[in-house]
Design a binder for this molecule. Sequence first.
Ligand code: CA
Length: 380
Amino acid sequence: MGEKQLNIYPAIILLLVTALTAVCWLYAVDKAAEVKVRQQIPQQAQSHSEEIYHWKMVTTWPKNFPGLGTAPERFAEVLRIMSRGRMDITVYGGGELVPAMGVFDAVSLGTAEMGHGAAYYWKGKIPSAPFFTTVPFGMTAQEMNSWLHYGGGEELWREIYAPFNLLPMACGNTGVQMAGWFNKEINSVTDLKGLKMRIPGVGGEIFKRVGGTAVTLPGSEIYTSLQTGVLDATEWVSPYNDMALGLHEVAQYYYYPGWHEPGPTLELIINLDAFASLPEDLQKMIEVAARYANQDMLDEYTARNNQALVQLQALSTVDVRRLPDDVIRALHQASDQYLEEVIARDETANKVYQSWKAFADGARHYHEISEQAYINARDL
Ligand code: CA
């Protein structure tokens, strides 16, 4: 027994030496492969980091217009910093490179790689487009963001813009706007009859249906038109922007709420070919910067509107009032009727409406016992 045990030792030692050699060899092979991979990674990253994308971004706003125009500038700046200068975007105001209402076509054709505006401007081309911005008596900013990002809205939006070679993303929201500035008291629906109001888009259509005369004018012409009596009323945005335009100097009654624009989402559009040419990290940075700009604008508007409203209410010449219930009801009724007509005419609009309506109803149901219930409770 003892002799046999002694004879086993050389075999064990040989086995251990063999195993050790094998482990060392495997380690060496593994290390060599790792070094090879390490050599490859920096080369790849280096090739991406060296490429600088000089892009143009056309917008529907005057250059650096407070809020609406500063949002795309902020987006571009954040993207520049995040990408360490690899995304170099030059932002153009409306009319600088292409006309404000030419933004969609310019990005679609690749004249510019990016654009910033609002989907409802393109309702002539795409009848369902207003649902991606706002429709009268539609969703609030919080609800729109939820529908777009977690309720299937963004998927539909991308599907509808894809044939135009465009990728859309939410990129800003003003929150609930104001009904507007009036030079006459509005006590009932009959006071709207023949009233000349600057109110573009879907809101204007509804306004006509309740007896008003809807006028479309650029922001720059509103002040003089109200002052000279060409207009009886105008909508613009909310206290922060309206005060900057000086509307409180040319109209007395400031009515709320903005039934026609309850939470308009602004859009970033990107040429699909241009987007596909980017490395994955830059694509992701664009999405993150858009998401940032989307929330940032709402935050800024809430803060600046709060301040501006206090300033407006301190003026003896300004009367801030709520639209009477019967006026709101009539506008709501006309809006529902209008939307029914839009979806009856266009199959895609109907498809978007079904998703939008189901989500809006759900959000309303939930907000009755959450946001709305809390806001009501806070005032008791
Ligand atoms: Ca508006």
